[in-house]
Design a protein around this ligand. Structure first.
Ligand code: CIZ
Length: 302
């Protein structure tokens, strides 16, 4: 089937089966275009929880669909391709986090939302790339164990006063490959472009950027800024929404282009099959789900 034909089929099927389709900003443009909502992982999980539909089809990597299931246990959450994982999330295993907790018994565990349910269940509180600093400031205690992204943790910890922050040695390989040189290669040809990057980028990149923010914050920035040309230091998928929100502006990517192959494992064909055959339902073991939900709700209360 042609792309447009497949998209029409998906739209028809989701209406017929009363399914809401959610897509992350890092998804391919043709997937974002069939979604009812496009957003970051937490925004989407909140939409999932309040959506009237009983079935949520989550186009994103596995930890994102899991977060939706944690917050909406009574709904059916489908992922079109369960093998779509997250290399950053893989860098924190439950046994390692349990050992670190034993080694630092007074530390509060702050886990970035980009972890699997088992790690969320071991955390005192969850944070996102947008609110990590606030969460670190507000959590009681003077010692924090931040998992799993060392770059995001270091970026936000810089502004947190009077607390010791122990950083897990994990990173997102896609953001880690964004270097000052990969940005400079583009900046040389576009000297007036503003450099705006995600806090998962290495410190050498965030330190030189004109603006640092989560996916939603980057989107808002390009809409509101007077500048007309931007070099975007995050996964390429975000450009689709940027072009929609600011069609007269120019968006450039570092060289080489940051692309997450895991995110791109979600294809229109897989979405269609998932819808048609009701596969693959996301499950989270109940004791883990309850603990993980508590850590997420603590963040939401802040
Ligand atoms: O949590 C998300 O959605 C990701 C991966 C990044 C962000 O900044 O929103």
């Amino acid at each position: 089937m042609e792309i447009q034909e497949l998209q029409e089929e998906i739209r028809r099927k989701k209406r017929e089966k009363d399914v809401v389709i959610l897509a992350h900003y890092y998804q391919q443009p043709e997937i974002q275009d069939i979604a009812d909502f496009v957003g970051d992982s937490l925004e989407l999980s909140r939409v999932a929880a309040s959506a009237p539909q009983g079935t949520i089809l989550f186009c994103g990597v596995r930890f994102m669909a899991e977060t939706a299931k944690i917050l909406s246990p009574d709904k059916k959450v489908l992922t079109p391709y369960p093998q779509a994982g997250c290399l950053l999330a893989d860098m924190a295993e439950p046994r390692q986090v349990e050992e670190a907790k034993k080694a630092h018994p007074t530390a509060r565990v702050v886990a970035y939302v980009n972890v699997y349910a088992e790690i969320k269940a071991l955390a005192d509180i969850i944070c996102t790339s947008a609110n990590a600093r606030k969460v670190m400031e507000k959590i009681e205690g003077e010692k924090i164990l931040f998992v799993p992204d060392r770059n995001l943790g270091a970026y936000h910890a810089r502004a947190v006063k009077g607390k010791e922050v122990l950083l897990w040695d994990g990173y997102c390989p896609i953001h880690e490959r964004i270097t000052p040189a990969s940005i400079d290669r583009v900046k040389e040809k576009h000297p007036d472009a503003l450099v705006i990057v995600h806090p998962e980028c290495p410190p050498a990149v965030t330190e030189q950027a004109d603006f640092v923010g989560s996916t939603s914050q980057l989107l808002r920035f390009v809409e509101e800024s007077d500048a007309t040309c931007f070099i975007i230091g995050t996964e390429a998928g975000i450009l689709h929404q940027m072009r929609k929100k600011a069609p007269d502006k120019e968006f450039l990517l570092p060289d080489p282009i940051p692309v997450c192959d895991q995110m791109k494992m979600i294809t229109l064909e897989r979405v269609y099959t998932s819808l048609k055959e009701d596969i693959y339902p996301v499950t989270v073991e109940e004791t883990i789900r309850v603990k993980a939900e508590k850590a997420i709700r603590r963040m939401l209360e802040l």
